[in-house]
Design a protein around this ligand. Structure first.
Ligand SMILES: *Cc1c(COP(=O)(O)O)cnc(C)c1O
Length: 405
């Protein structure tokens, strides 16, 4: 086999389909978010970032930065080992306690990322409970799909956000077998939100455990920033709450929160937890400060401003006839419906308007639903918003893109 040829052909396929991924080479500027430097060949220019998952700007929160510096000065760079072999630092312990308090659970467990938290927890639970059936929302994130796949147990896919379809599947299975229902709160490509209470009620009726991914909600929803389940008053009815420290909290790392027995089980059997070096202590120190601040007054203010910015952008786009998708969250997606046009729109925004938004193509979203996905943050000004709306008007005109009905 001509290996090099094989790889080159596979890349050529992606390019022909218009979904070859080109990364923006950015240099973030602490204290100036959403401004960043964009490196393009030899040149550099200032751009406004409109697609960051640093949803609340906590990646530059001065208190978080100070905590990270302090953590590094005290403990050094790396953790020095896996959690079991010398790598558990006191900051990890404090952060796990803080996360358990945030979600009102007995305990919590840290992972190196939200992705690893999902894949490890689902693979471990699914593989080790004899006869376990996993019920997965049709639009679940790849990290959950991979966890389910690695569990090698039976799975059922229920229609997106459809408790009735979930109930139909649960009712058809042996009532004595162990079951777990797996879903997200905020779905980040459409900006819709799960009917958590209804899904919990159906699951309870069939004695199924529930696993919720609140990655796009922690820090951002609920009175203390614990997520949509907190906002909806159903946090105590979920079996496992999974989250990230990388998006709303602005740092990096993932976690699960739940009962002592379940968490101890994943801690003791989960391979993606056991066989990897613990997060650097300074990271845990920064995340700890971020979670604490988002629970309090600073969090309340940021959440209010965040929602207001998203609403303002959506209203202005609708007024301008730009086809915003009907989001009920902080995510503002605009449908383009073609991978090549989507990339062209993104390129033109960057080249002519100094606006950076990454095109979202298959397999992140279904073919034919390619889109631009905007994430307004509390740091985007009125001026940023008006500039974006004008730029989109011009791009929609130039590329003859479809307008709102
Ligand atoms: C980003 C994401 C993850 C992974 O979290 P990381 O901390 O970035 O690894 C998990 N679930 C969903 C729904 C996500 O969007």
């Amino acid at each position: 086999m001509d290996y090099e040829r094989f790889f080159a052909d596979k890349i050529a396929e992606l390019k022909a389909e218009g979904r070859y991924r080109v990364f923006a080479d950015l240099e973030r500027k602490a204290g100036r978010f959403p401004e960043a430097l964009s490196h393009q060949g030899e040149g550099v220019k200032d751009v406004t970032v409109w697609c960051s998952n640093d949803y609340l700007g906590n990646g530059q929160n001065p208190a978080v930065l100070a905590a990270m510096r302090d953590g590094m000065d005290k403990c050094g760079a790396g953790a020095g080992g896996t959690r079991n072999i010398s790598g558990t630092n006191h900051y990890h312990v404090l952060l796990e306690r803080e996360l358990a308090d945030l979600h009102g659970t007995e305990t919590a467990l840290l992972f190196t990322s939200g992705y690893v938290a999902n894949i490890t927890t689902l693979a471990t639970l699914g593989a080790m409970m004899p006869g376990c059936i996993l019920y997965s929302d049709a639009l679940n994130h790849n990290s959950m799909i991979e966890g389910i796949r690695h569990s090698r147990t039976d799975k059922r896919i229920f229609k997106h956000n459809d408790p009735a379809d979930l109930e139909r599947l649960l009712a058809a299975d042996d009532p004595d077998l162990p079951k777990m229902v797996i879903f997200e709160s905020v779905y980040s490509m459409d900006g819709d939100i799960a009917p958590i209470e209804e899904i919990v009620e159906v699951s309870e009726r069939y004695n199924a455990m529930t696993f919720i991914d609140e990655v796009h909600a922690v820090g951002m929803y609920g009175p203390r920033g614990a997520g949509v389940a907190e906002r909806d008053g159903v946090m105590d009815r979920l079996t496992v709450i999974q989250g990230t420290l990388a998006k709303g909290f602005g740092v990096v790392g993932g976690y699960i929160a739940g009962s002592s027995n379940l968490i101890d089980f994943v801690r003791s059997y989960g391979q993606g937890f056991i066989f990897t070096t613990a997060l650097p202590p300074a990271i845990a120190a920064g995340a700890l400060t971020s979670v604490r601040l988002m629970k309090g007054e600073q969090g309340v203010k940021l959440r209010e401003r965040h929602q207001e910015r998203a609403q303002t952008l959506m209203t202005k786009l609708l007024d301008a006839g730009i086809p915003v998708m009907p989001s009920v969250s902080h995510i503002v997606p605009i449908m383009v419906g073609d991978p090549v046009l989507c990339k062209q729109a993104s390129d033109e925004l960057m080249a002519k308007h100094d606006i950076y938004v990454q095109p979202i193509n298959y397999p992140t979203v279904a073919r034919g639903t390619e889109r631009l996905r905007f994430t307004p943050t509390p740091m985007h000004s009125d001026e940023d918003i008006d500039k974006l709306v004008d730029a989109l008007q011009s791009v929609w005109e130039n590329l003859s893109l479809k307008r709102a009905a």
